[in-house]
Design a protein around this ligand. Structure first.
Ligand code: NAD
Ligand code: MG
Length: 410
């Protein structure tokens, strides 16, 4: 099965440099990816970069990295991008709109796609990259959460290799044996243990989570990330999404996935084997490590990351997650058991709720309550194909907005 092609068969004994397209280059993962690429100018070149609203940053990135195409996914901003590019004498060709993302993800010049758009907005171009047989570096976890089955099928059909960039899943990928895709059990795996930092509100009670502001929620102790994933980390919804992501990436049953809170974010995840061995991947909390690993696998390249010195870290702690203060994680396990369209509703409702929280329209503690209400209100059922994913996503967003507007949650 080419889902994760047999290890060792992809050695890059190649002389020409690889063409990379970054979907969402203006975000946190996009910026880190460009930082790694700039360290290896002979090995990689940039084909296309995309951004949604930050035209100045997109223009600067295109000029600095010599991108052939500059994609502005919000077509209304194309004029603004043109002006910004003219100002700095950037000559990349401008493409605009959602379809342009698919175009650059699937074009011949692109060999590798970094999927770094946030949310379900990344689904179509990311899936298209797989259908076009590209090597996919997957940061955009929401796509895998809502359409995991479609990704598995497309990767097998089109010989696409998907390498996880999410630090936990990249860690699991590093410590799993090459034949894990034949089944975790036959590979001797008992459990995938995802670590969670616990976010900025670790050890707080529900009472202490009242009146949390967006600024406080986005102030993560270990990681510097986009606002949506920062809030998800604070609610532990991020870990919930990652549990579902792991189910699809590693073909795992829900009972084979566990979560352990590890505040230092040094152990990025672990695999527990039948013989009692537990294998972990460790490193500094810096996304350039999993990005560099995904880019160069099965080889290793310099990532510009500070080396881990355990003598300086002193202690590594582990705790069970507090599902009382952070009910979003428990909800994710229920959604995983329910299957079908439940993950689509879960993800869409969370995206809408996080947005409402960032706009100070709902409170921090209401995020999981809104998601739970949306799961109850929306009809659950089977999921067949991309059109249905998109339709359930649309319906769940509308229902969640209605729930928020009617202030139907406490
Ligand atoms: P970010 O908010 O910093 O960047 C998001 C990118 O997506 C930007 O380039 C933005 O222009 C683009 N974008 C936003 N809305 C869009 C839309 N409607 N259409 C097209 N493009 C759009 O987010 P991030 O922190 O870089 O995260 C990106 C993805 O990677 C997320 O799925 C996140 O869960 C995942 N991830 C991030 C980290 C991290 O450390 N930042 C770690 C693991 C996984
Ligand atoms: Mg993660």
């Amino acid at each position: 099965c080419p889902w994760f092609a047999a290890r060792g068969c992809l050695r890059s004994d190649r002389l020409s440099s690889q063409g990379i397209t970054i979907l969402g280059s203006t975000g946190s993962i996009g910026v880190s990816t460009l930082d790694v690429l700039a360290r290896h100018p002979d090995t990689y070149h940039v084909v296309a970069l995309s951004g949604h609203s930050n035209v100045m940053r997109l223009a600067e990135q295109c000029r600095q990295h010599g991108a052939k195409y500059a994609v502005i996914s919000d077509a209304a901003k194309a004029g603004e991008l043109k002006k910004a590019m003219d100002q700095i004498k950037c000559t990349s060709e401008i493409l605009a709109g959602k379809d342009a993302l698919r175009t650059v993800a699937g074009m011949d010049e692109t060999e590798v796609v970094m999927a770094a758009i946030v949310g379900a907005a990344g689904l179509e171009p990311t899936l298209h990259a797989v259908q076009a047989g590209k090597r996919l570096l997957l940061a955009n976890k929401e796509s895998m959460v809502i359409a995991g089955e479609l990704f598995r099928k497309a990767a097998a059909e089109h010989s696409s290799v998907i390498i996880p960039v999410d630090s936990e899943h990249n860690a699991l990928f590093q410590v799993l044996p090459g034949h894990f895709n034949d089944g975790l059990e036959s590979a001797g795996v008992e459990q995938l243990i995802l670590t969670a930092s616990g976010g900025p509100f670790l050890h707080r009670t529900r009472e202490e989570l009242k009146n949390i502001t967006p600024t406080q929620a986005c102030n993560h102790p270990n990681w510097d990330m986009g606002r949506k994933i920062s809030v998800d980390s604070a609610t532990l919804m991020n870990k919930g999404l990652e549990v579902i992501e792991a189910r699809w990436l590693f073909n795992a049953r829900p009972d084979q996935i566990d979560v352990l809170v590890h505040p230092q974010s040094i152990v990025h995840s672990m695999v527990a084997y039948r013989d009692g061995s537990v294998l972990a991947q460790l490193g500094m909390p810096d996304m350039r490590t999993p990005i560099a690993h995904a880019l160069s696998w099965p080889e290793r390249i310099e990532a510009g990351v500070k080396r881990l010195n355990l003598a300086e870290v002193h202690k590594l702690e582990f705790y069970p997650p507090d599902l009382d203060s952070f009910p979003g994680l428990g909800l994710a396990f229920q959604v995983l058991e329910a299957g079908g369209n439940a993950p689509v509703i879960f993800n869409a409702a969370n995206e809408v709720a996080v947005d409402a929280f960032l706009q100070e329209r709902i409170e921090f503690l209401q995020i999981p309550t809104v998601v739970s209400a949306a799961l109850e209100a929306c009809e659950t059922g089977k999921l067949n194909g991309l059109d249905e994913v998109l339709e359930f996503d649309r319906l769940a967003r509308a229902e969640t907005s209605r729930i928020i507007n009617m202030k139907k949650v406490s």
